[in-house]
Design a binder for this molecule. Structure first.
Ligand code: SF4
Length: 295
């Protein structure tokens, strides 16, 4: 990955955010446990362009906060009977899989992963399916290397937690961190998931970038879009988010003066593609989306 400094901050700021701290960054593998939480297209692009992916230091601030947590957790726990930041490997269908557990307790067989995130993760939830994939792959890797695993746990740490909000908002996290117990899959289930993912990647890995299939709308975190009923001369919709043109037409006929209104189709916004996908510049779906936006 190339780290840029487009706004030309001083070198000591650049060094802070660009410093490569992650011990697994050059781990020799075909797929990491976290890649199995993504999609085949994203994974193929990441593996293909790993040396060209660019990231600016202004996008790395929250990552460095996460690094701080991992760093302190490692120092604080390494002499307390825990195994910290241990990476394990195994081969599945000819591919090397690797995964790193932030903390492993040999006495209880517990794997713990720290997640530096925002309070909205607690409020809206939705991350547990991905946590479950990642931790169950780590469990499989540990077991394949002779280390029993009996418990899986995520500790979410909320970097924007505010005590004052916690006092009156029942939906807000009551503490700055939250322990989530993650359900365990059988080895067969996890292996089947890995094999399926590898097969999906193999099916597209020889395609040129511009022919790669898009990730699903769900994986693109699509928001908005659909059909809207508009009034001539106004930019704000009378009614937006309708699922079909027929539904929009019905609404228009029933609730508006049809001579004053028209129907508009709106692109949904692929939030992940725009802000959270490190390979979007090679992705045909994203390029097409941006072309339409610019028209
Ligand atoms: S830009 Fe969007 S569709 Fe393309 S790989 Fe990334 S998440 Fe998937």
């Amino acid at each position: 990955m190339k780290i840029t400094n487009k706004m030309e901050f001083p070198d000591y700021i650049y060094n802070l955010f660009a410093h490569e701290w992650y011990s697994g960054h050059d781990a020799p593998h075909d797929y990491s446990a976290t890649q199995f939480c993504g999609t085949p297209t994203q994974t193929v692009l990441q593996n293909r362009h790993k040396d060209e992916i660019e990231c600016d230091i202004i996008d790395l601030a929250s990552k460095v906060l996460g690094v701080g947590i991992h760093y302190v957790a490692e120092i604080a726990n390494k002499d307390a009977g825990y195994v910290v930041e241990a990476r394990k490997y195994m081969k599945v269908d000819g591919k090397v899989i690797s995964g790193q557990a932030d903390l492993y307790c040999p006495k209880t067989g517990k794997i713990v992963d720290w997640k530096n995130t925002k309070a909205t993760s607690y409020i809206y939830g939705g991350r547990e399916p991905k946590y479950r994939i990642q931790l169950n792959i780590n469990k499989l890797l540990f077991e394949a290397n002779g280390l029993p695993v009996n418990e899986l746990e995520i500790v979410e740490i909320y970097s924007d937690w505010a005590k004052a909000k916690a006092a009156f908002d029942k939906k807000y996290p009551p503490n700055p961190f939250h322990v989530i117990r993650i359900g365990q899959n059988s080895q067969e289930e996890t292996l089947a998931y890995i094999r399926h993912f590898i097969a999906d990647c193999r099916a597209i890995e020889d395609l040129p970038d511009d022919e790669l299939p898009p990730c699903s709308p769900e994986d693109r975190w699509e928001r908005g879009g659909g059909w809207a009923v508009m009034q001539y001369g106004k930019t704000r919709a009378i009614r937006a988010g309708l699922d079909s043109e027929a539904e929009a037409e019905m609404y228009r006929n029933k609730y508006t003066k049809v001579q004053d209104t028209y129907i508009e189709h709106r692109q949904s916004t692929p939030v992940k593609c725009i802000d959270w996908c490190d390979v979007n510049k090679w992705c045909p779906f994203y390029k097409e989306y941006m072309k339409k936006e610019e028209q």
